[in-house]
Every structure is written in structure tokens, then in C-alpha cells.
Design a protein around this ligand. Structure first.
Ligand SMILES: C[S@@+](CC[C@H](N)C(=O)[O-])C[C@H]1O[C@@H](n2cnc3c(N)ncnc32)[C@H](O)[C@@H]1O
Length: 430
């Protein structure tokens, strides 16, 4: 058992998980315990059991506790040389990889009081110019801590908080209001702030630059691995991941360093199907050898290695998973997972909304026959078997699609028809 294992502390964490909807079990115990103890010292409480009783009697204590737990320390241009490298080397590459009018999507995950997101904003405006920035850039800034987000949205900082901003940029982007520096409201409103828990919520998608600095460090190694899988999923194929100076990668093969010194990476190896299951919160651990996980592994492998192209969509028509054969047939990339299928190549033969409507109406397996899939290399004829997936209450939650290639039978049919005609001609001539 780990040295940090303390049954009373675990009971306290279970209470918070079940009663306050706050799951701290993903965090490293040593630092978590230190922070609980700090709060307990303030209250002169000497044991986790007594603190649990205090929490039960004082519902407002929960908010104060979270303020102690989530360390929101941040700063503009924190670790300046990393930001200089980002501005001089990475941002120009992101722009070069795009078409002139194409959108650039940036995600600051664990943004605390917003300094990181506003630093990104400043660098992007400096590089693109204000007009291009307004037209093309979308910055999402998320954190698990609502009170930090409220302050981040205000974009109002004290004299000490703005020391990291080069003086010319400070006067260009902020105006001084009494003793506070407030970011230009028009620019401030371009950032979308939202609550997002990296350990639980589904990741964003099609992100070109994902900045997650000084957050992973607080998480368990296993949790870090599953968050990194989600980051891989979130990024476009040419996207970049920017971590904090004290952070390193746990699952190294899925990212390739661009600059280790500055903790900037691109995508490495593709995700395996097993990784995809890590994206989902309920299947977080990779190597638990219990009968259930063995069954899951058998099921996953059967799906992945099936001779037939197969994929699953959710009840809104978004792609959840596709096996090797389906990826090959429809040129599906990892970055396509989570995309509305109508917007994929596959959308040429599947009318997603009509299909969902039909499944909702009929709630039975469907078969679409002899659908033509036309590509540069020719026409493939497909029968599509569609199996609705219903939950225990009978609500449609998705569908499984299997594609059977019937091209050779169509060709045989044609040949047969041809022969029949020939035969008819011959017997007519007789
Ligand atoms: C030390 S701050 C880092 C702020 C900023 N990224 C930086 O490097 O300056 C860590 C932030 O991560 C947030 N955080 C902690 N756990 C999180 C989770 N599971 N999901 C999203 N944010 C989380 C905290 O609320 C806090 O605001």
C-alpha cells in the first residue's frame, strides 16, 4: 500500500466526490494532503475525521476548501523564454500550416485567472494583426475552478500581477483604471471562458495550440496519461502541445518533442483503440487485469481487427470510434473522432440527420443496400448494416454501422447478365 494511503483521508475524498460532485481522487495524495492540512490548521482541526464532520456541518466550507486546493497561481508570460520561443517559432508554423482564411483554434486548459489566455491573445494579435486575429482566432480558456474563471473573465489585474508584461505591450493592450490594469474589452470578449474538468470532461477538438501549463503536475501519473490521450485527441494532426517547465510526458510515444527545453510537442504515434477508451472517464485505467477488462480487451480487439469496416456514432451523429478497416475505407483520421459524420468524407453516403431520425422512429436494425462509394480509384458497392444502440430505458444513444463490400457480387451479376444476353443471342441465332 502507498505511504500516502490514509483511510480517513480517502473517506473524506469519497464524501466530497459523492456529496459535492468534486472528485479529488485523481490528484497526487502528498500535495493534496498538505493542502487539506493547511486549511485544517486554520480551523485548528487535528484529524481528517474531525474535518469531515466540520464539512458536514458547514456546507459553505466546501468553497473555501476548493480555494485552498486549487492553486491558481499564474502570471503573464510566465517562463518568459518559453513564450518567446512560442512566438518566434511555433505561432508562425501554426499560421503557415493554415490556409489564409482558415480558423486558428487555441485552448488554454487550466487557465486560472486568465493570464495565460491573455498572453496567448497578445502574441496572436502581435503576429496576425488585429483584423486577422478577430476574423480567424478562437481562444478557449477553461478551468475546473469557477471562482478563478469569474476573475479571469474580468481581465482586471493589480500592479504586481502585470509585472510580467513587457511595458510597450502593457500600454498597448491595457488601460489603467484606478489601481487596476484592465484589458481592452473588445479583445477580452474574444476569449471563451468555460468550466472544464480535464480529468472528467470530454476534450475539445481541432485545436491547433493546446497550452496546459502547471496543471498535470498535480495529477496522479495514471490520470496524467489519460489526460494526455485526450490532448492528443483534441489536437489537429499538425497541432502543438505546450506544457509547464516542471512537467514531462508520461506516455511519451504519442507525442514528439519539438523543443524539450520549452516543453513543446507535436503529435507522435496515433492513438490505439485502447487509448480511445481512456478518453472516456469510465475506462480510465489501462492495465487492470480483472475478468471485466479482459472481456473488454477481447471486445475491443474483435472490433478493431474485424474484417469488415465498422464504426460507431452517437445519437447526434458524431463519430465515436472507427476500426482499422473503416479508417482505411473512408480516410478517417484520429482527429475526425468527435466530428459530425455529415462533415466527413463518409457524409457523401450517410445522411446523418435523416438516419438518426429513422432510428429514433423505427428503433430496429436497418440495412441500406448497394450504396456506391466513389473515389479516385474506382467505385465500391456497399451494403450498410445499421444497428441502433439503446440504453436500458430504450433511449437511442448511438448506432453501430458495418459496411460489407459487395462489389465483386455486383460485377458477377453484371457478367452473368452479359452471359445471359450472349446466350439469348446465340439461341436466337440458332
Ligand atoms: C497553478 S495553476 C496554472 C495556471 C496557468 N496554467 C499557468 O501555468 O500559469 C493550475 C490551475 O489548474 C486548475 N486545475 C486543477 N485541476 C484541474 C482539472 N482537473 N481540470 C481543469 N483545471 C484544473 C486549477 O484550478 C488552477 O487554476
Amino acid at each position: 500500500m502507498s505511504e500516502d494511503y490514509n483511510p480517513d483521508f480517502e473517506t473524506l475524498l469519497s464524501y466530497l466526490k459523492q456529496n459535492c460532485g468534486c472528485d479529488l481522487t485523481f490528484y497526487k495524495r502528498d500535495s493534496l494532503m498538505r493542502r487539506f492540512q493547511r486549511r485544517m490548521r486554520d480551523l485548528k482541526i487535528d484529524s481528517y475525521t474531525n474535518y469531515l464532520q466540520y464539512l458536514q456541518r458547514h456546507p459553505n466550507e466546501y468553497t473555501t476548501l476548493l480555494d485552498t486546493i486549487f492553486i491558481n497561481f499564474s502570471g503573464f508570460f510566465r517562463d518568459r523564454d518559453c513564450w518567446t520561443y512560442l512566438a518566434s517559432t511555433i505561432i508562425p508554423q501554426i499560421i503557415a500550416n493554415k490556409q489564409p482564411q482558415e480558423k486558428i483554434r487555441v485552448w488554454s486548459a487550466g487557465c486560472a485567472y486568465g493570464q495565460e489566455a491573455y498572453t496567448l491573445l497578445i502574441l496572436l494579435v502581435e503576429t496576425l494583426g488585429i483584423e486577422q486575429y478577430l476574423e480567424r482566432v478562437q481562444i478557449f480558456a477553461t478551468d475546473v475552478d469557477d471562482s478563478a474563471l469569474t476573475l479571469a473573465r474580468r481581465a482586471s489585474y493589480s500592479e504586481e500581477e502585470v509585472v510580467g508584461i513587457p511595458i510597450e505591450l502593457l500600454s498597448k493592450y491595457f488601460h489603467k483604471n484606478e489601481q487596476r490594469y484592465v484589458l481592452d474589452p473588445k479583445l477580452r470578449s474574444t476569449i471563451v471562458f468555460g468550466r472544464h474538468n480535464l480529468t472528467i470532461n470530454a476534450p475539445m477538438s481541432k485545436i491547433d495550440l493546446l497550452v496546459c501549463r502547471n496543471v498535470l503536475i498535480y495529477l496522479h501519473v495514471k490520470t496524467q496519461a489519460s489526460v494526455l490521450v485526450r490532448f492528443h485527441f483534441a489536437l489537429t494532426n499538425k497541432g502543438f502541445l505546450f506544457l509547464g517547465n516542471a512537467e514531462s510526458l508520461t506516455n511519451k510515444e504519442i507525442f514528439t518533442p519539438v523543443s524539450l527545453k520549452h516543453r513543446i510537442y507535436t503529435k507522435g504515434q496515433s492513438l490505439t483503440l485502447e487509448d480511445h477508451f481512456l478518453i472516456r472517464p469510465q475506462t480510465r485505467t489501462k492495465t487492470v487485469l480483472d475478468p471485466l477488462s479482459t472481456q473488454t480487451l477481447v471486445w475491443q480487439t474483435a472490433f478493431e481487427k474485424s474484417a469488415f469496416p465498422q464504426l460507431a456514432i452517437d445519437a447526434k451523429g458524431y463519430l465515436i470510434v472507427a476500426n482499422d478497416q473503416a479508417c482505411k475505407l473512408f480516410s478517417i483520421q484520429n482527429s475526425d473522432l468527435g466530428t459530425f459524420i455529415q462533415n466527413l468524407e463518409l457524409g457523401r453516403i450517410i445522411k446523418a440527420l435523416a438516419l438518426i431520425r429513422q432510428l429514433n422512429r423505427e428503433r430496429r436494425a436497418l440495412k441500406k443496400q448497394n450504396i456506391e462509394w466513389v473515389t479516385e480509384i474506382g467505385t465500391t458497392h456497399l451494403d450498410i448494416y445499421i444497428q441502433p444502440i439503446l440504453d436500458t430505458s430504450g433511449t437511442l444513444i448511438g448506432a453501430n454501422l458495418t459496411f460489407i463490400d459487395i462489389t465483386k457480387y455486383i460485377h458477377l451479376d453484371l457478367e452473368l447478365e452479359h452471359l445471359r444476353l450472349k446466350l439469348a443471342k446465340i439461341s436466337n441465332g440458332l
